[in-house]
Every structure is written in structure tokens, then in C-alpha cells.
Ligand binder design. Structure first.
Ligand SMILES: Nc1ncnc2c1ncn2[C@@H]1O[C@H](COP(=O)(O)OP(=O)(O)OP(=O)(O)O)[C@@H](O)[C@H]1O
Ligand SMILES: [Mg+2]
Length: 408
């Protein structure tokens, strides 16, 4: 079957760079044809701190995905994260230009421009202006105003801004690796696209992506985004505590976390032990796993409490019956779901990218939510732009399939 469109996502994380090449074919499925996962360098807490290193890491990930797919990558949707990101909800109002014909794409665009016209300080820039819902004259809660009749159209939008320096450095690294940026996408929004069910977004849910250096949080209610925030905490904090607590080099502590970690010491048998080489010991020692789990639980619990505080600060904590969906590397920690349920007082599940076919055995897990989401975001981006009459054939099939996954 002929390939009708190819979209590339690059998740530039603090611990890994993941490039995914996705294809839409005649049957309308999103097929992953190339995967490149390489260790990240030159990033701290989601932000570039060394341009040369980060550029090399991105280039290595892109090359691996090119080799796997045989597709030459020229452009990509790229993840954006970091504590420099901030977001607010804002309104834009405009008069409908040609009342006889109903609300047109141009009217909606002008309303979005108005919503995005917030006072952005000189060292920050707009990242997203995402329409949440529209108000046409007095009618609230309109999801798609196109073609409706009215005198004025108002948009309620989620406006995301970030530090110009951080954004320019990231773009510099991606372009330095020979890739043009289609769009920068906030990590939590991409992850939400990949892992959330439509009914969760409708009811009220918080997506929490706990990576290595950052935790990206996004609250969805009534099918739209209400709040986003990034905290500078993640798996490296836990690894640090393990390094200190068990006197291990940092790299060994990280390995121990991934291989033997558990967030619930009470669920670990007293006999279980694991090999490690602490400082000052010439031989490999075997250490009790429950001791490791105690260190992990204390830090993970503290991080989860910080996340709860952030959710409370948003003011939407009472509106989340679908609870928490965890993703990112730390969501793979055994016992984390149980601990999160207790520490957060909400239902918790671990999210994985949904609806992918092709080379998916590796990317069908929580650390790849952002990369998978970037690819579906890229495909949806076309839907947000005006299409030629009726849209291309593949698009109709694809959106039919996508509607099953995402809010329309
Ligand atoms: N099985 C596991 N148990 C515990 N922790 C794990 C496990 N697998 C991965 N991690 C931790 O998850 C982190 C990596 O997660 P992820 O790949 O989501 O990060 P990233 O996207 O590179 O970084 P960030 O999003 O913070 O910029 C590391 O700190 C790693 O130690
Ligand atoms: Mg990440």
C-alpha cells in the first residue's frame, strides 16, 4: 500500500533522545517504521546546557532512526520541557467578519491571536495558543464554531510560554543535527495525546510524566487542556539518594534503580539481595533489596507529594475523577502505582502509547509516551490547519481511526 504521509517526532529528554518515524498508509493506521534511542548528553532538567553535546546526541538518535527506516529525516516535531515553561488560560474576542456566511477559519485565527496577545516579557516567547472552547455570542462551550452564525466569537485558550534562550538553544541543536523543526510541542501535551483515553480527558485526568530530570504535568477536563506545569524533579533524584545511601557511584546507582528498584519495601521479601560494588569495597557485595526499596520509597513519596501540591495549586484537584495517568521512565518502577495511589489519594494507572503498529515492541512503554505523542500531534496538526476541500483521502481514514483515540 502506498505511503501517504510520514511524520517524525524527536523527544529530547534529559536521559535519552528518542526519534520515531511514523507513517500513515492506505489503511489509515499509524505505523512506526523507524526508532532511534540514544543516551542524551548536554541536557539538564530538560534544558540544553551544552549545545555541542546535545547536537551530537540528537544527530546520533536521528541517524539510528534513519538506518532503521531507510527514510531520510529532514524535519521533525520536537519535545519541549523545563521549569522555564509557564502557562495561563486567556480569552480572545473578535467580531465575525462575514456574518452571512457564518464563522470562518480567519475569524477563529484572529480570536486565537487575540488570546495569545498577552504581555510576554522580552526574554520569553509564545509556544502554544491552544483553543479550549469557544463562545459564540452568548452560547458557551462551543467546540467547533466554524460555520456557526453569530456576531462575535470568543475563544478560551491555553497559552504556553517559555524562555527564549532555552527555546533558541534547543532549536539550534536540532537544526545543527540537520533537522528542521516542524513545531515545538510541550512534552506533557504530546504524552497526553499518546496515552490518555478520550473518556479520561472528558471526566478529568492528570497526566504525570516522571522522567529523569523533569516531571511534566498536564490536567485535562471536559476534553480540553486546563493546566500544564513542569517540575525539576525525576529519577535522577532517586538515583542520587541511592548513591549516597548505599555508597555507590552515580552510574551504578542508576543501574541498580532500574534493575532492582521497588517503591514498596513492604512488598519485597527479606531474603532478596542484589549485587553492587560500594565505594571502599574491593569485592562485589550483595545488598538487601528491601533496603534499596526503603531509600526509593522515601524519595518517590516526597516527589509524589510535590506533584499533588502542584495539582492543588491549580485549583482543579476536585475535578479529577479519572485520577492520575503516570508515564515516563519512573512509571516503570515496580510498586509506584500503589505508592502513588496512597500518596496522591487518587486513582492511578500507568500509561503506555496506544494505537501504534509496526516497530512497537520497544516504544510501547511509558518512557516513549512523548515521542509517540509527537508523531500523532504532527498528524493532527494538519487537522488544525485549513485543508483543501474535503481533505486528502488518507486524512479522512486517519482521522476516523484517530477519533477513536483522541477527543475530536
Ligand atoms: N524500571 C525502572 N525503575 C525505576 N526507574 C526507572 C526505570 N526505568 C527507567 N527509570 C528511570 O527513569 C528515568 C528516565 O526516564 P525517561 O526516559 O522518561 O526520561 P527522559 O525523558 O530522558 O528525561 P526528562 O523527561 O526528565 O527530560 C531515569 O531516571 C531512570 O532511572
Ligand atoms: Mg521525558
Amino acid at each position: 500500500m502506498t505511503v501517504e504521509r510520514t511524520v517524525v517526532g524527536i523527544d529530547v529528554g534529559s536521559s535519552k533522545v528518542c526519534t520515531l518515524v511514523g507513517e500513515v498508509r492506505g489503511e489509515g493506521n499509524l505505523r512506526i517504521i523507524g526508532v532511534g534511542v540514544t543516551p542524551s548528553r548536554g541536557l539538564r532538567k530538560g534544558v540544553v546546557v551544552n549545545v555541542a553535546d546535545a547536537t551530537a546526541a540528537i544527530a546520533a538518535s536521528v541517524e539510528e532512526a534513519e538506518r532503521a527506516s531507510g527514510y531520510e529525516i529532514e524535519r521533525a516535531y520536537v519535545s519541549l520541557s523545563g521549569t522555564h515553561i509557564s502557562s495561563i488560560n486567556s480569552r480572545g474576542v473578535v467580531a465575525v467578519s462575514r456574518r452571512g456566511e457564518g464563522i470562518a477559519v480567519e475569524d477563529v485565527d484572529r480570536a486565537l491571536d487575540a488570546a495569545g496577545a498577552i504581555a510576554v516579557p522580552y526574554n520569553r516567547e509564545l509556544v502554544h495558543v491552544i483553543p479550549r472552547y469557544y463562545i459564540v455570542d452568548e452560547q458557551e462551550g462551543v467546540r467547533d464554531p466554524l460555520g456557526m452564525h453569530g456576531f462575535r466569537v470568543e475563544v478560551e485558550a491555553h497559552v504556553v510560554t517559555g524562555s527564549t534562550t532555552a527555546i533558541q538553544n534547543l532549536v539550534k541543536c536540532v537544526t545543527g543535527a540537520g533537522i528542521e523543526v516542524d513545531e515545538l510541542v510541550l512534552s506533557s501535551l504530546a504524552a497526553g495525546d499518546a496515552v490518555l483515553e478520550e473518556n479520561e480527558r472528558e471526566l478529568g485526568v492528570v497526566l504525570v510524566d516522571i522522567g529523569s530530570g523533569t516531571t511534566d504535568i498536564a490536567i485535562f477536563i471536559e476534553g480540553t487542556i486546563w493546566h500544564t506545569v513542569t517540575l525539576g524533579i525525576g529519577g535522577e533524584y532517586i538515583a542520587n539518594d541511592i548513591a549516597i545511601g548505599l555508597r555507590l557511584p552515580t552510574r551504578a546507582a542508576e543501574e541498580v534503580l532500574v534493575r532492582y528498584g521497588h517503591a514498596r519495601p513492604a512488598q519485597v521479601s527479606e531474603e532478596e539481595r542484589f549485587p553492587a560494588e560500594p565505594f571502599g569495597e574491593s569485592n562485589v557485595q550483595t545488598l538487601p533489596r528491601w533496603k534499596l526499596a526503603e531509600i526509593i520509597e522515601a524519595r518517590a513519596e516526597e516527589m509524589l507529594k510535590m506533584i499533588v501540591q502542584e495539582i492543588k495549586r491549580s485549583g482543579y484537584d476536585g475535578l479529577l475523577p479519572a485520577g492520575v495517568v503516570l508515564c515516563g521512565g519512573v512509571a516503570q518502577l515496580p510498586g509506584i502505582q500503589d505508592l502513588a495511589r496512597e500518596a496522591m489519594g487518587l486513582p492511578v494507572r500507568v500509561g503506555q502509547p496506544r494505537g501504534l503498529v509496526g516497530l512497537v515492541d520497544r516504544v510501547n512503554s511509558s518512557p516513549y509516551a512523548v515521542a509517540a505523542g509527537l508523531v500523532s500531534w504532527g498528524l493532527m496538526a494538519d487537522a488544525r490547519r485549513p485543508l483543501p476541500k474535503g481533505g486528502p483521502q488518507w486524512w479522512k481514514r486517519f482521522t476516523g481511526w484517530l477519533r477513536a483515540l483522541l477527543p475530536g
